[in-house]
Ligand binder design. Structure first.
Ligand code: SAM
Ligand code: SF4
Length: 266
């Protein structure tokens, strides 16, 4: 699948829930969010069937994200269902890892290849502050479990304010070095103003090379994180939504005033 600007579209990120067991200060308001209704959320069958269509048109990389994907009931089943879609050669998940020690082995057995884990600081007090109540030890346990389960590579997503030379980012980098983990820096975005961000060491933010589509938890197919457009896969049908999203993918992102990370999935 190529879009109007000759970009080959081969990467689908699927947000499976808008719920989360943390409240990161840059992602969610402290009081929580108005949660989508149960019937608004795509079922696993719908996600698998849409993914099949996307794969039949050239998608080969799929990432499961959220909200926090591990809080959605039966997530291992979804991984198994997606792993069974012929043509996906890279199946990954982005998680805060709080519950990963419980799930890592089952996820691996179900067909997950690798994980990205969010970690902005290795100071437990700061971690509690940033996540509004999270326990760093859970994440460390989750990382160990992922390694033991053979999820590989394990990448760490580290949100920075401005540069990778900030104290927390340096300490996270040191931790990654000692644990043999890859680190990716993500510049913190101001979601209210929809600020554009380049991912240092990652492929995001480079519009000319962008190969992604995003499916939100309630079934909107979004061609660009930095744009408010989305195509409803239930209303339009899977094929039509897919073609409209690919054809409607903007040449370059500007800003998104309606989106939030816990729905779109980052
Ligand atoms: N809950 C999972 C997690 O935290 O890894 C997956 C979903 S989370 C929305 C996906 C990524 O978006 C995380 O790495 C998180 O750090 C990032 N993110 C959330 N809000 C952000 C913001 N305002 N600016 C930059 N990155 C953000
Ligand atoms: Fe939850 Fe991830 Fe958002 Fe943090 S960044 S509040 S872990 S969805």
């Amino acid at each position: 699948m190529y879009d109007r600007f000759e970009r080959k579209i081969e990467y689908l990120r699927i947000s499976v829930t808008d719920r989360c067991n943390l409240r990161c200060e840059y992602c969610m308001p402290p009081e929580g969010i108005s949660l989508l209704g149960h019937s608004d959320i795509l079922t696993y069958d719908e996600i698998r069937d849409f993914t099949r269509v996307a794969v039949s048109h050239g998608v080969s990389k799929v990432r499961i994200t959220g909200g926090e994907p591990l809080v959605r009931k039966g997530i291992v089943k979804l991984v198994e269902m997606l792993a069974g879609v012929h043509g996906i050669n890279d199946l990954s998940m982005t998680t805060n890892a709080v519950l990963l020690s419980d799930f890592a082995h089952d996820l691996k057995n179900a067909g997950l290849k690798r994980v990205n884990i969010s970690l902005d600081t290795v100071d437990s007090e700061k971690f509690r502050e940033i996540t509004r109540g999270g326990d760093l030890r859970d994440v460390i346990r989750g990382i160990s479990a992922a390694r033991e389960a053979g999820l590989d590579p394990i990448k760490i997503n580290c949100v920075i304010q401005h540069t990778r030379n900030e104290t927390d980012a340096i300490e996270v980098a040191r931790f990654c070095m000692s644990e043999d983990l890859e680190i990716r820096y993500i510049r913190r975005m101001d979601l209210v103003r929809g600020y554009f961000s380049v991912v240092e060491g990652g492929s995001g933010g480079d519009c000319s090379a962008c190969n992604r589509l995003r499916l939100t938890a309630n079934g909107k197919l979004k061609p660009c994180l930095f744009n408010s457009i989305g195509f409803d896969i239930r209303e339009l049908g899977y094929e039509k939504a897919l073609h409209m999203a690919v054809d409607g993918k903007p040449e370059c992102g500007s800003h998104n005033t309606t989106g939030t990370f816990y729905n779109i999935g980052g």
